[in-house]
Design a protein around this ligand. Structure first.
Ligand SMILES: Cc1cc2nc3c(=O)[nH]c(=O)nc-3n(C[C@H](O)[C@H](O)[C@H](O)COP(=O)(O)O)c2cc1C
Ligand code: SF4
Length: 424
């Protein structure tokens, strides 16, 4: 079967090669569905039903049903706040930056529609402080202000590039004047978030899908993807492929097919990383798993925010994993035991494995460390790191012998073959 890209969010950009300013956006999609609504948003001014029927799930990593989250916020009956998470903290993700650059008005339309649906009086878009995406976003917000489209006021908040700074409670904490660190839950943002108000936090791409669902309807949205994972998603595909880049494809497309959409392997491959640094390694056989939450859960894998990275056969997967685990250990907010003690210990154990300094005791200790970490931190950062480490042991375990032989594994001593971050 031939796999085709399915441009929806990226259709305009792919047809014209141009980023859409407001004029181009309106000529492509028609007037914003909410124009004419005032600023006194009250819950129910726009329906949540179509988002529910469409089966839209969050595209920021967790895959939570969006309508359920919106209903929880709307149910309080209090004025709410909408937060757009466009910070894109995952180093190997580039999709949100692309979206903000080429189709920012889809994100902003979706956020405005969500604001009317949940009764929000304020929209805050959080974006990485440096880089072009923040500037594109600010230009788009100003264009809309000039056209009277910001009836629910929109603020752009630049946040630090640190990994955990873009976790949802960390965003809320920063907006409330606190540190760029996750906070303990409950309360979750939908209960008490920005200014103590119920707060809807979702990924930039998730809001952009809402803009299209409320224009074209749930049946249109479901025409792509699978029954349990409808619609398209943006996938950041990198590593050993011919054309690294962002690909829009139906959910359910396998990682192997996504690599084909990125021009195919540029080298013989040994494994694929899905979900980014907080994700999982897959063997090439597992790379045929459909990208649906159910199929990935059955494979013990993480779909995360649509990241697919091809690892060349000439790389050392253990050494690559050791580098990533070191990075993850350095990113913690330093306030919970599993992060402060567990992640550095796992990173050191992996460094010893990669250097061929591991004995049976280290293997046993590492497996038990990886097993006890999940579910013990204030946020899911340590869970993602432990899951990543477990997948590295599963996929590259057969390669351990090579490290323990005299002379070790030569590729482990060479520079990394994985990009350190998107675009490098
Ligand atoms: C360490 C960490 C970093 C995160 N970084 C991001 C991020 O950069 N962008 C994002 O959308 N979600 C990120 N998330 C997930 C958010 O906390 C939240 O679940 C998400 O914004 C909800 O959006 P969604 O429902 O549309 O997926 C991160 C989570 C963790 C644990
Ligand atoms: S689990 Fe780790 S990253 Fe998350 S809040 Fe605790 S110390 Fe910070």
């Amino acid at each position: 079967m031939t796999v085709e890209p399915a441009p929806r969010l990226l259709a305009g950009y792919q047809a014209t090669g141009r980023a859409a300013d407001l004029r181009e956006h309106l000529s492509r999609y028609g007037p914003a569905p909410f124009s004419g609504h005032g600023s006194r948003a009250r819950a129910g001014a726009w329906p949540i039903g179509p988002v529910e029927e469409a089966g839209l799930t969050g595209r920021g990593g967790g895959g939570f049903p969006m309508a359920r989250k919106m209903r929880s916020v709307a149910a309080s009956g209090r004025p709410a706040v909408v937060v757009v998470n466009a910070a894109e903290g995952e180093p190997l993700s580039g999709k949100d930056r692309l979206l903000l650059t080429v189709a920012p008005h889809l994100v902003l339309d979706g956020a405005a529609l969500a604001a009317y649906a949940v009764g929000a009086r304020r929209i805050i878009v959080c974006v990485h402080g440096s880089g072009d995406a923040a500037a594109h976003l600010e230009t788009a917000v100003a264009e809309r202000a000039g056209a009277g489209l910001n009836a629910v006021p929109v603020e752009v908040r630049r946040i630090p590039g640190r990994y955990v700074a873009s976790e949802e409670t960390a965003l809320v904490n920063q907006i409330n004047g606190g540190a760029a660190k996750p906070t303990f839950t409950p309360p979750r943002p939908y209960e008490r978030g920005v200014g103590g108000l119920p707060t809807l936090v979702a990924n930039a791409e998730t809001y952009a899908h809402i803009a299209l669902i409320l224009r074209y309807g749930p049946a249109w949205f479901r025409a792509c993807g699978t029954a349990d994972a409808p619609g398209t998603a943006l996938f950041s595909v990198s590593g050993a492929v011919v054309r690294p880049g962002v690909v829009e494809a139906p959910l359910g497309t396998s990682a192997a097919d996504l690599l084909r959409l990125a021009g195919g392997p540029a080298d013989p491959l040994q494994a694929v990383l899905t979900g980014g640094y907080g994700g999982t390694w897959l063997t090439m056989r597992q790379a045929h798993t459909p990208t649906t939450p159910a199929a990935f859960a059955a494979a013990g894998a993480a779909l995360g925010p649509g990241i697919v990275v091809a690892l060349a056969a000439r790389a050392c997967g253990l050494a690559e994993s050791a580098r990533i685990l070191r990075w993850l250990a350095d990113q913690t907010a330093g306030q919970c035991g599993p992060c402060v003690f567990g992640l550095p210990a796992i990173a050191e154990d992996f460094a010893a494995l990669a250097a061929g300094r591991a004995g049976p005791a280290l293997h046993r200790r590492l497996r038990s460390r990886v097993a006890v970490i999940p579910g013990r931190g204030a946020c899911r950062h340590p869970d993602g790191a432990a899951r990543f480490a477990a997948s590295a042991l599963r996929v590259f375990g057969p390669h351990l012998d090579a490290h323990e032989r005299p002379g070790g594994c030569p590729p482990a001593r060479r520079p990394s073959l994985l990009p350190a971050r998107w675009g490098t």
